[in-house]
Design a protein around this ligand. Structure first.
Ligand code: ASP
Ligand code: MG
Length: 418
């Protein structure tokens, strides 16, 4: 079995879906993981926020837009006005939930997951039906039943053991050799829908590859492969032919938008190669990521945006080190803050974290525990692997640089957004 993953951008319109069909043409023993079409997840977040803010009419407006958007894609694919009963049913379900189900703030994350999951449920339904319509038998798999996660919403971890049994059960005795499942979503032990974190479809695909002992996983993207920098931010970006798992994790963790950072572990554990390939041209080699690879020859620049720099100091001026560390990090864990960079001095601990929902609660909790906390917003984290003197001069100096950390090969810079 091979696993193919198509992100939202690659299926954002009817051409994208036709292209998916072209790419899988003639292949068998494929498990295809698909994200929500285009910016659907963002729109569903707006639907959720409508409910959250008590404005259900606004939520419905966003649902109406999504219905129109998907209807256009369907009409285009089927060459004329077409109703797909299963798509209509999903929209009806979503509308019913949004109109009728009671909202409580304590359930915000569970509510969020329930709503945003419809993006993937709908995209996979359209694609599965379209493939059948074009003569490619396939089985639509409900990943809420197959990917068992922990009992936690919005950024749930997968229970691989439980999922292995469930997924195998879902594929058992299948006559089809092509399977279509949703990225990003799973189900908790209490049967509610969970999600694996934004952009989590890569992780879903890697989990499926792991569970099925796939021979490879391919991510089909709107770039030719992995580049050494985001060309929108750094012109002169070039493609990298090969990467090893370790470098890839480092890059993804630093914010490279190659793939979701959680993707590598399930692949590495089973030695499954990952191909990043351009969906526009199946003949191009893309980038391969596996255990061993040729060394990367160019500097790699990664910019992680939307960061907050927290500077933590114990109020009695005692050293922040040692036992205080564990108090701080268990609080971070509780509020799900991810430290992207850690820097300490005698009395200060600086943490660069993603700007998330729970940041102010975490700060409150730290203050209640006896720390002073300073919060600097609108920061970004720039990582340069294999930096040169020229790159150092360009990026590692200047008043906008708040923290700079370097080893012989890598420099990491927390700077004010320009
Ligand atoms: N649709 C989800 C998102 O946009 C998951 C993904 O695209 O990987 O975050
Ligand atoms: Mg997406």
């Amino acid at each position: 079995m091979k696993v193919y993953k198509f992100g939202g951008a690659s299926v954002r319109n009817a051409d994208g879906v036709r292209n998916l069909h072209k790419i899988i043409g003639g292949e068998h023993h494929l498990f295809i993981i698909v994200s929500a079409m285009g910016k659907t997840t963002n729109a569903l977040e707006r639907v959720f926020e409508g409910v959250q803010h008590g404005d259900r009419a606004a939520a419905q407006v966003h649902i109406d837009e999504l219905k129109r958007y998907h209807a256009e894609i369907i009409d285009d694919l089927w060459h004329g006005p077409t109703q797909l009963a299963r798509v209509d049913a999903f929209f009806a379900e979503l509308e019913r939930i949004v109109a009728e189900r009671a909202y409580r703030a304590v359930d915000a994350e569970a509510w969020y997951d329930t709503v945003v999951a419809y993006g993937e449920l709908i995209s996979t339904t359209i694609i599965s039906e379209y493939l059948r319509f074009t003569g490619t038998p396939n089985r639509w798999v409900d990943m809420r039943q197959c990917i068992r996660t922990e009992q936690r919403h919005k950024d749930a971890a997968v229970d691989l053991e439980a999922s292995a049994l469930l997924l195998r059960k879902a594929l058992k005795d299948a006559e089809e050799t092509i399977f279509i499942g949703q990225g990003f979503i799973g189900g908790a032990p209490d049967r509610t829908t969970t999600t694996l974190g934004r952009e989590g479809s890569d992780y879903s695909a890697a989990v499926v590859a792991n569970l099925l002992d796939a021979e490879s996983m391919s991510v089909w993207k709107d770039v030719d492969g992995v580049l050494n920098a985001d060309p929108k931010i750094f012109p002169d970006a070039v493609q990298i032919a090969e990467l090893n798992y370790l470098d890839t994790i480092e890059l993804a963790y630093s914010g490279a938008q190659i793939i979701h950072p959680k993707t590598i572990k399930p692949l590495q554990n089973k030695h499954i190669p990952l191909y990043v390939r351009p969906f526009g041209d199946k003949r191009k080699p893309g980038t391969v990521i596996r255990g061993m690879s040729a060394p990367v020859q160019v500097p790699i620049l990664i910019l992680k945006k939307d960061q907050v720099l927290l500077t933590i100091r114990s109020r009695d001026f005692s050293f922040v080190l040692e036992e205080k560390f564990s108090a701080i990090f268990s609080l971070l864990e509780r509020y799900r803050l991810k430290a992207n960079l850690i820097h300490n001095s005698a009395v200060n601990l600086s943490l660069c974290v993603d700007n998330t929902w729970h940041i102010d609660e975490a700060i409150e909790a730290l203050r209640a525990t006896g720390f002073d906390v300073m919060k600097a917003e609108q920061m970004e984290l720039l990582t340069i692997r294999g930096y040169t003197a020229e790159l150092w001069d360009k990026y590692a100096r200047g008043p906008q640089v708040f923290v700079r950390q370097s080893t012989q090969t890598t420099v990491r810079i927390v700077r004010k957004r320009s």
